[in-house]
Design a binder for this molecule. Sequence first.
Ligand code: PLZ
Length: 452
Amino acid sequence: MSVIESFTALPLGGPSLPQERRLVTDLPGPRSREILDRKAAAVASGVGHTVPIAAVAAGGGVVVDADGNSLIDLGSGIAVTTAGNANPRVVAAVTEQLARFTHTCFMIAPYESYVAVAEALNDLTPGDHEKRTALFNSGAEAVENAVKIARKYTKRHAIVAFDHAYHGRTNLTMALTAKNMPYKHGFGPFAGEIYRAPMSYPFRDGLTGPEAAKKAILHIEKQVGADNVAAVIIEPIQGEGGFIVPADGFLNALADWCRENGVVFIADEVQTGFARTGRWFASEHFGIVPDLVVTAKGIADGLPLSGVTGRAAMMDATHTGGLGGTYGGNPLACVAALAAIESYVEDGLLERATEIGDILTSRLRALAATDARIGDVRGFGAMIAAEFVDPETGEPDGALTARVAKDCIANGVIVLTCGTHGNIIRFLPPLTIPNHLLNEGLDVVEGALARD
Ligand code: PLZ
């Protein structure tokens, strides 16, 4: 059977897939197991996987596997398919573009959809100052470019990142990322002139935002020196590091310090951006206006696209030809982004993120009230986490978290963990998930906790 023939035998994705949790085999079923055995033989073992299935279709709030199992999706492929898998607007736009042209290279023969995405990002990111945008492929690539832009503009070298930060897996972004295993272990030496400052972590440090900012700033001034710092890069809500929401005032004080010291303030909104938290960007929850905003993931609903958007003077400090890449702002990804943005607006997805957040938060808080192993519930919109601790000591309980997540997946609910200590379950459902599936997913989490 050719690749195309084998595809036509499979169900189509999108919101018309039956919105149900349906397990017809143990996971993995026989067909998935066959594919996963081939994976083990053909794919580098460094590329792991969390859910033991081979996916064939997805949409609304489910992922369907090769054996016909239908799993509730509370992960969105790590916060990517925010507007839903196989979103009809995205499918139509990409299909149309596919039949026109797939690539000219924007640096060779430019096209309108790239320009339109840049205009949309300039418009949607916080602040009404004059902005420019450049497009890339992955979150890590955009982070690297934000660092290039900041260094070129300031003519300084040092970059400050934070405890628990995640910015990617390339050499420079590994250096920015905090956690050793699995991201950095054995992969050094890392890029130089990267410094780490303490993060505001209200559940753990007990500090107010201004106190935590004072501590971080003192650390930077004493260990790096303000005049050497090109940029401070921070996730407004940390993603992989544990959905850490900084205390009120922390980001504001940091942004003020950057402005006073000629330091570029970069917000990495790769995970928090694009309606995920109920606003276009998480920076808005804190009332900060970053100099540069890095976007990826939800920007194009699954097609590879990322961007750096920021102050025109900073973005234009680079010589022509200094920024780019063969595929950056690929036409298929650009029309997908325009269609996804249309879906966020026309389908009321920002409001939907807030509704989802209310359901997640109220149910998880109710659970935490009777189960002391849930130490904290936090987040905004469809980016909510539960932090698991030893009730006696308050220490992170990564083992319990791993068992609960595994149990949920075996019972047909895709949940992801995160955190430096792996003791956090994060909820990142697509905004197209119906309430009955969201609630059923939470029932399964509750059942898994009760069993443990
Ligand atoms: N910045 C804030 O969350 C990607 C990575 C998971 P890429 N996070 C998921 C993994 O194990 O690789 C991420 C992020 C933030 C940057 C990135 C990097 O984005 O598109 O994966 O390069």
